[in-house]
Design a protein around this ligand. Structure first.
Ligand code: ZN
Length: 309
C-alpha cells in the first residue's frame, strides 16, 4: 500500500516537473523564434544599401511574414551620399487582404501604430564582413516574431499595425549627421510620405539593439513621456528593471524623423555608447541571446497590445 502511494506521488511529482519545464520553455518560445530569425538574417550576408545581402534578408522576411498573412511592399528612393547616388529600399508590411502593390497604397490603409527597425548593416571598409547582428538584425527578427504572433492571436490588432524595415539608417561616414544628411536615409524618406498622409498613425515604436546577451536598454531622454511610462510599466510588470532604463541624453536614430513628421515615436535602444562591439568586430551571433530577445519581446508585445486596443 505504502509503495503504491509513493509511486503515485512520484508520478504526480514528475508530471508537475514536466509541466513546469514546458511552461518555462513556452515562455521563452518567442525569444527562441527571434533568435532563429536573427541567425537566418545574418546568413544572408552583410546588408548595406544596394547589397545582395539586403535583398536576400528582405526576401526572407517577406516569406516568413507571408506565412501569417502579412503583405509587404518596397519603398525605394535615390539619395546623394558621400559615396555618390545610392538607392535605399524600405520594406513595409501590412496585415490583411488589402490591396497593397505599391507603397502609395499605404495612404489608403490608415494604421494606428508604426513598428520599425533598420535592416541595413553598416558598410565598414575595414570590416567587409560586418554583419550587424544586434545593430539591428535582432530587432528586425524580433519584429517578425511580434508581427506573426499578433497575426495569429489578435488579427484585429495586427490590421492596425504598420511594420517598417528601414534601409540606410547607418551613415557612410563614420558618424551620422543631420547637417550633412548622412544616415537615416530610409526613415527620412518614409517620414516624408507619412507627413503627407491624411490620417497619420498615433504612435511609433523603433527597436534597435534589443538582443544583446547583456541586455541594457537605455531609451533617449527625449522619448515621448507617455510611451516611456508605458514601457516602464511593462518592465515593472515583468520584473526586468535591471535591463531597461533611460539614457543620459538624446539619441539620433530612426525615431527622429518620425517624430518630426508628427508621429510621437519611442526608440527602444540598447546602450551602445559604452560598448566595445558597436560598429566593431564582434557584432555577430555570439552577442545575441534568446533570453534577452524574450525580455524585449515581452515588453514590446505589452506595448503593442496597449496601443492597438
Ligand atoms: Zn549602427
Amino acid at each position: 500500500m505504502k509503495a503504491k502511494v509513493i509511486i503515485s506521488l512520484l508520478v504526480i511529482f514528475a508530471a508537475a516537473a514536466a509541466w513546469l519545464l514546458s511552461q518555462e520553455s513556452a515562455k521563452k518560445q518567442h525569444g527562441n523564434a527571434a533568435y532563429d530569425h536573427t541567425a537566418a538574417i545574418l546568413a544572408c550576408g552583410p546588408r548595406p544599401p544596394e547589397s545582395e545581402g539586403l535583398d536576400k534578408a528582405q526576401a526572407y522576411i517577406t516569406r516568413e511574414m507571408a506565412k501569417h498573412g502579412w503583405k509587404t511592399v518596397k519603398h525605394s528612393v535615390v539619395r546623394d551620399t558621400p559615396l555618390g547616388k545610392k538607392t535605399f529600399t524600405n520594406l513595409i508590411a501590412r496585415y490583411g487582404d488589402h490591396e497593397l502593390t505599391h507603397s502609395d497604397d499605404l495612404k489608403n490603409l490608415p494604421a494606428t501604430l508604426i513598428l520599425g527597425a533598420h535592416l541595413d548593416s553598416k558598410l565598414i571598409p575595414e570590416l567587409p564582413d560586418f554583419l550587424g547582428a544586434d545593430d539591428a538584425a535582432s530587432a528586425c527578427a524580433l519584429i517578425v516574431e511580434l508581427g506573426n504572433t499578433l497575426a495569429k492571436e489578435n488579427p484585429a490588432m495586427a490590421k492596425q499595425l504598420e511594420i517598417v524595415f528601414f534601409d540606410g539608417e547607418e551613415s557612410f561616414n563614420e558618424n551620422m549627421s543631420l547637417e550633412s544628411g548622412d544616415g537615416l536615409y530610409g526613415s527620412r524618406a518614409y517620414a516624408i510620405e507619412l507627413y503627407k498622409r491624411a490620417t497619420k498613425p498615433k504612435h511609433g515604436i523603433i527597436l534597435d539593439m534589443v538582443g544583446h546577451k547583456d541586455l541594457d536598454i537605455a531609451i533617449p531622454i527625449d522619448s515621448p513621456k507617455d510611451l516611456a511610462a508605458m514601457m516602464m510599466a511593462a518592465v515593472d510588470k515583468y520584473g526586468y528593471q535591471k535591463h531597461f532604463g533611460m539614457a543620459k541624453g538624446g539619441i539620433l536614430d530612426d525615431h527622429y524623423y518620425l517624430n518630426k513628421a508628427g508621429v510621437p515615436t519611442i526608440d527602444i535602444i540598447g546602450d551602445f555608447q559604452h560598448s566595445h562591439w558597436w560598429h566593431e568586430e564582434g557584432d555577430d551571433m555570439d552577442l545575441i541571446s534568446a533570453d534577452s530577445l524574450n525580455m524585449s519581446y515581452d515588453v514590446a508585445m505589452a506595448m503593442l497590445k496597449e496601443l492597438l486596443q
